[in-house]
Design a protein around this ligand. Sequence first.
Ligand SMILES: [Zn+2]
Length: 483
Amino acid sequence: MKYLTAIGLEVHVQLKTRSKMFCGCAVEFGAPPNSLTCPTCLGLPGALPAMNHEALRLTALTGLMLGCDIAPVCNFDRKNYFYPDMPKNYQISQYDLPICENGRVPLHEFAYPKDAQRQIAAPDKKVRLVRIHLEEDVAKSFHFETSTGIDFNRAGTPLMEIVTQPEIHSPEEAFAFLTALKQILRYGAVSDADMEKGQMRCDCNISVRPITQQALGAKIEIKNMNSISGVRRALAYEVERQNAALARGETLRQETRRWDDDAGQTFLMRTKEMAHDYRYFPDPDLLPVKSEGLLDEVRALVPELPGAKRARFIAQYQVSAYDADVLVDDLDLARYFESAAHGARKPKHLANWILNDLQSALTHHGLTIANSPIAPGALDELVNLIHDRRISSTQGKEVFAEMFASGKSAGTIVQEKGIAQLSDTGAIEALCEQVIAAHPKPVADFRGGHAASLNYLKGQVMKLSQGQANPGLVGEILKRKLK
Ligand SMILES: [Zn+2]
């Protein structure tokens, strides 16, 4: 029996706002526990929420970037449940009128895990979304040996929830979805979407069914995943576990499980019988929001998205698909490249220098592209010096190292060090003639078919030029003269 896997993801994204969703407290990481609080985000009786419009704008911008339908009017509701990290006993969320519906996230080859890029089941797949809504985050619990502490700094920070259709069919596709989504969110400056920092968290719904069955299998949820590779591992484990259970003739039930990355296993948390009934109702303290004005503000902010930028880099600068992907993955890197490549004669060579020499020098010195000691234009000058054969590529490496260390321009370094390469054809011809006249034996050997003699003659010319002659040119000219 063959089985089909259907995966749906619910992704929570912390928005990059300066203040919280319904109060003026700052959103900040690493502040002392409970230092960023007020009566509203502590849930004290009588405190009233006031809407953060920046959070609405960022959510609408996300909707536009992902091709969603933006609702003309959206509403905020109370989701009722009890938990110590939420003293109001309800979370403000959106139920039947979310800001965004539909939309999709395009998956591209390089978003997949490296080892899976050669066998992509559905190339250029677009994962459809059900909705995107806005809500407030809850506080964070810290479990100590004999007690639990709660930090309310996170309580009330704006959280966007992105819900997909259950049409992801493998752990690798889930990985690609999260990678592609993260990239788009960063492009819009909506969120840094760093899963390790909890800025993006993910619940996975997974169900497996016999290939002959139409209806989805029992929905099994894995809660609170906090790394993209962890999502892949957890889903791979669940696909196998559920396949094996069905193969043994067991019936799977709807349940919630927890992934333990160290153990490499999921564990049962609760079954459907224990599921909550949230008794949603419209929050009487918050008015419905019209999106008309919001959309006017946000339309101009939609950036060129990673997919479009990738295609444009390939067409405009003739870089390889792989190079384009690496450049586009980091917006600062893409900007650096573009600013160097604009009007450049050899944009492809520039990409090579940026992705190899510059990137490794930056990593070595603990720097990022944003504080690179070499300006984009300066790198273009270096590439042109090599291309024009004013310096050899080996000399280019030397000049590059000096540029990185001193911040001086390539032209200045070449002049100061006197490392310009002799590329004057006339001068090299004269040197070649001198060497040919002085070494009749190797000349005769070469003409007699002894190809290696050319290297000897080449060496003599280089020596005569005190290492300054362009070796490529010397070889070409010697060969021509010895014909
Ligand atoms: Zn507050």
